[in-house]
Design a protein around this ligand. Structure first.
Ligand code: ATP
Ligand code: MG
Length: 456
């Protein structure tokens, strides 16, 4: 559309410029020639002592070059002394050119009328330093008029042809444009119905192509997130189904069998632990959804050590129950930009895993050190390790290397997914190295913000 508007504007401008130029050419040539004629007559007439029709006719008769359609000579008041056509003789001739010349100016005017160029010029006759009258020359030039006429007609014809061209182009372009626009709208309707694999192809290299590409990107992202959502819902339902099925089995057994009090107590305890597992899982699911969909909360500059100490205090009894020792090697503290809650969740999940997937009398070592720009948190354990082919998957939701062991330890396979999401939204990075049978090391790095913060 922009091209059409630009072309139309250019055509109109071109038309105006050509018309103006042709007229200007005529005007400039004609003006000097006509003024020259008037001045020639004025010079000759200025020498006259007696001013009347016969003396003026005499002088003008001798001037061969003074051929014009009309020649008028007036006195300083505009009274006509000589008129080559004889019509105004003896009367006041108050033509604008004559009035201008009687005020001492050289005047020229022209107009194009009915196929002829009519040009008029007038100059004052100066005799003994005063304005004695004026000479007026008018020419009615049909040959010049014909040239201008031809020029104007040619320009008009070219303009009309070009404008028809622009109109046809605009018509075709707008049809093509609406065809491509309709393709995008159709795709939108199809996507509205849920088919995210719909792609739109409009061709070309204009704004509409960019729009179509953006649209395709958007649908691709929608498709990916829809697939993720579906997988998540199916994984989550599957995970929630297992403890619910166990609870159902246990309650059925209690209701159907005539069991002794001791066995019933065991069954009820099992129901309690399954309910506890469900509780933990839903809490983690909620936490993961929050990390996924919420804007990160307002981060603050905090030191790392206090949070680590809090987690270690919290998990030490759990570690002791599993005969695992927690060693904290905290050398040089750093300030990072994160919420305390986020940092707590990262450290908690990593140390908890270190304890859960360890061996009796094993250890979990938490280390914090720093490079020039980064703070590095390392959680190393002496546990079962992770097989190499599983390393790529442990950050996926619900992924567990050893399902049986994880279920036994109450794991839902969500902890590391939460950790990775939190680390990423805080501009950090997480890496894992593991040797099956001897242990695993998780390394988390964050950019350091070296600023003074309150010790907590
Ligand atoms: P939870 O949601 O309660 O954390 P989880 O511990 O099973 O459950 P993740 O923390 O996401 O889930 O860990 C995913 C899997 O990765 C675990 O099931 C376990 O198999 C493996 N894993 C994680 N940390 C370690 C570790 N330090 N040593 C060995 N295996 C580990
Ligand atoms: Mg875990």
């Amino acid at each position: 559309m922009t091209y059409v508007v630009i072309t139309a504007v250019v055509l109109i401008a071109l038309n105006l410029v050509c018309t103006r130029l042709s007229q200007r050419l005529f005007y400039e040539n004609k003006e000097s020639a006509m003024i020259e004629k008037c001045q020639l007559a004025s010079d000759e007439l200025s020498t006259l002592d007696v001013w009347n029709n016969s003396t003026v006719s005499n002088v003008l008769g001798q001037l061969e070059s003074l051929r014009a359609s009309r020649l008028i000579v007036t006195d300083q008041s505009g009274l006509c002394i000589y008129d080559s056509t004889g019509t105004s003789l003896g009367s006041y001739t108050l033509l604008p050119e004559i009035l201008g010349a009687c005020h001492g100016n050289d005047v020229f005017s022209w107009k194009y009328h009915d196929g002829a160029m009519i040009s008029r010029a007038s100059t004052p006759i100066i005799s003994y330093g005063t304005i004695a009258g004026c000479v007026y020359v008018a020419e009615y030039d049909t040959s010049q008029g014909a040239v201008i006429d031809l020029l104007l007609h040619t320009i008009a014809r070219i303009t009309v042809i070009l404008e028809i061209g622009v109109f046809l182009f605009a018509l075709l372009y707008s049809r093509h444009f609406s065809h491509r626009m309709r393709a995008i709208l159709n795709s939108m309707h199809i996507i509205q119905k849920g088919s995210y694999d719909q792609k739109v192809s409009v061709g070309g290299h204009d704004e509409l192509t960019i729009l179509a590409n953006e649209f395709n990107d958007l649908t691709e992202r929608l498709q990916t997130s829809e697939e993720k959502r579906r997988r998540f819902v199916s994984d989550a339902s599957h995970e929630l189904k297992t403890p619910l099925a166990s609870i159902k089995l246990l309650t059925d057994s209690i209701l159907q069998n005539d069991m002794d009090a001791e066995t019933m107590r065991e069954f009820v305890e099992d129901i309690g632990s399954e309910a506890e597992r469900l509780n933990r899982m839903t809490a983690k699911l909620l936490s993961l959804t929050r990390v996924d969909i919420q804007e990160p909360p307002e981060s603050e500059l905090i030191r790392i050590f206090p949070t680590i100490n809090r987690v270690v205090r919290m998990l030490r009894p759990v570690a002791e129950r599993s005969s695992v020792e927690i060693l904290a090697e905290l050398e040089q503290d750093s300030t990072v930009l994160i919420t305390e809650d986020d940092l707590y969740q990262i450290v908690f999940n990593l140390i908890e895993n270190g304890i859960k997937y360890n061996r009796t009398n094993g250890s979990v070592t938490v280390r914090v050190d720093r490079t020039e720009d980064f703070a590095r948190l390392t959680v190393a354990d002496t546990g079962v390790g992770i097989p190499e082919d599983a390393l790529d998957h442990i950050f996926e939701r619900f992924y567990r290397v050893d399902k049986a062991r994880s279920r036994q330890t109450g794991g839902s396979g969500l902890g590391l997914a939460i950790v990775r999401a939190i680390v990423q939204r805080n501009r950090g990075d997480i890496q894992v190295e593991s040797t099956p049978g001897s242990g695993t090391v998780f390394t988390v790095t964050f950019p350091i913000f070296d600023m003074e913060v309150d010790e907590t």
